[in-house]
Design a protein around this ligand. Structure first.
Ligand SMILES: NC(=O)c1ccc[n+]([C@@H]2O[C@H](COP(=O)([O-])OP(=O)(O)OC[C@H]3O[C@@H](n4cnc5c(N)ncnc54)[C@H](O)[C@@H]3O)[C@@H](O)[C@H]2O)c1
Length: 451
């Protein structure tokens, strides 16, 4: 099939190279000219595992350009632009609506491509896009009906290609049969697993064919928000239990393992620590609460998930106050900036909130992250953080190290050497990544979460 993907960010680019890999011809439209220029040269500006390698493998079937390069002669158009959070918590549809206007101004013919909302959008957005496109088309004398489907994306950054090739399910919300038919055809190689997997993203052992769930646009839109809110609640739940575990002397890792073995609960997302961040959970939970508010409905569980999550960030400060007594004048080294490993994404990362709080409290804040430092410099120019070139420089003269991202390489850090570079041997493990006994044996004052 011929596909246009609008927006070449984490979702759009991953989707594009994956669709090209399973046999489609994909043209990506991006408004950022630097990104287009880089992608046309085969360079990927975001950090996402396997995407540059796959792009070079599928370069014959994927192309990049601005709106001027869009001729509308495709079977499916996938919208994958950002839907950031507005101040009132609602999702901002400004980019999605701009795309709808572009499409209304450009599409032509008697049979239009199916338009697909892959961006995470509030209830009613499929209809909203349809009405904007139709209105524009009618203004141009084009009376062809427009089909807009909702096809929420569930990929996780860091393993985005893995999740795209081997999804748990594919959800399509559409009012008409034609949109469902085309999307079933688009995803057939995934649904049947008939494609040849890239060598570096093999099919996981025991992977089962994903169900294709057909529903209404409204249900599909709600499925996405409900899924993210549930996961956010699960993380906040284990963090709430971790606070109690600390008080009563239980070990949250053992508690999580004990409850996670229950099939009704499941082991995922039960890791205590500094909590969730990233481009999705925070904004999606707030958008769900906002939508409910428009119906006069309170969402106490969802609101509590947000409250607990922010409290976890404050817990880091409290642990530093316990360990150092006085934060003003101390030097704190942040190990990790991205909201999770294997990404350079800093949106709603706990590191940004915590660095800001520490600066407010008079600390000198230094940081090291294997990939996210450039992004941090660019996107948070006012954050008073000194960037270091590695763990040694970070530890030199530090009163405490605070581990905020569970990068694998942090497990292998030479802590016995780092300890000797530090002024005070304090480590706050915001991800429960390290072994408490080993750290204490090395002479660190170790503070994890939930024990
Ligand atoms: N990042 C994730 O892990 C993830 C997972 C699931 C769903 N989502 C959802 O997918 C959507 C995209 O997320 P993302 O992380 O890829 O965002 P992103 O900010 O990384 O990428 C969006 C891209 O769209 C481009 N864009 C904006 N307006 C445009 C326009 N009019 N024409 C062409 N390009 C335009 C931007 O320049 C940017 O490159 C959001 O709604 C998000 O909530 C994200």
């Amino acid at each position: 099939m011929n596909v246009a993907v609008i927006g070449c960010g984490y979702v759009g680019l991953t989707t594009s190279v994956a669709l090209a890999c399973i046999g489609h011809r994909v043209h990506c439209i991006e408004k950022d000219t630097d990104q287009i220029k880089a992608l046309q040269k085969g360079l990927v500006l975001i950090h996402e595992t396997g995407v540059p390698e796959l792009l070079s493998e599928v370069k014959e079937r994927v192309s990049f350009g601005s709106w001027d390069s869009f001729d509308g002669d495709v079977d499916v158009i996938i919208i994958a632009v950002g839907t950031p959070r507005k101040k009132n918590g609602d999702a901002d549809l400004v980019y999605v609506e701009a795309v709808a206007r572009e499409l209304g101004a450009r599409l032509t013919g008697t049979s239009l491509p199916v338009i697909v909302n892959k961006s995470t959008v509030p209830i009613g957005s499929a209809r909203r896009v349809e009405s904007i496109v139709s209105l524009r088309l009618r203004e141009r004398g084009v009376e062809t009906p427009v089909a807009v489907a909702s096809n929420p994306e569930f990929l996780r950054e860091g393993v985005a290609l893995l999740d795209t090739f081997y999804p748990d399910r594919i959800v399509v919300g559409a009012d008409g049969d034609e949109a469902v038919r085309r999307l079933r055809e688009l995803y057939a190689p995934l649904l049947e697993q008939s494609f040849v997997p890239p060598e570096f993203i093999p099919r996981p052992d025991g992977y089962r064919l994903p169900p294709f769930i057909v529903t209404t646009p409204t249900s599909a839109e709600l499925i996405k928000y409900a899924a993210n809110t549930f996961l956010a609640m699960k993380v906040s739940y284990i963090n709430e239990i971790a606070c109690l575990a600390e008080k009563v002397g239980a070990d949250i890792r053992e508690v999580a393992a004990g409850i996670g073995l229950d099939k009704r609960i499941g082991a995922y997302y039960l890791r205590a620590g500094v909590g969730w961040g990233g481009s999705c959970f925070g904004k999606d939970v707030q958008a769900l609460i906002h939508t409910a508010g428009q119906y006069g409905l309170e969402m106490p569980l969802s609101s509590a998930a947000v409250y607990v999550n922010l409290r976890q960030r404050e817990e880091i400060i409290k642990k530093l106050q316990t360990a150092l007594k006085v934060i003003r004048g101390s030097t704190i080294g942040l190990l990790g900036l991205s909201f999770k490993p294997d990404t350079d994404d800093l949106r709603d990362a706990p590191s940004i909130t915590i660095a800001g709080r520490l600066v407010e409290l008079g600390a000198r804040v230094r940081a090291y992250d294997p990939v996210a430092m450039d992004n941090c410099r660019k996107n948070y120019p006012d954050l008073e953080v000194e960037y270091t070139c590695g763990p040694d420089e970070l530890a030199s003269g530090a009163d405490a190290l605070v581990l905020l991202t569970e990068w694998k390489e942090f497990l292998q850090l030479p802590f016995s050497r780092l300890k000797n570079l530090m002024k005070q041997k304090v480590i706050i493990d915001g991800r429960n990544l390290l072994n408490a006994q080993e750290m204490e044996h090395l002479g660190f004052k170790y503070y994890g979460f939930g024990s």
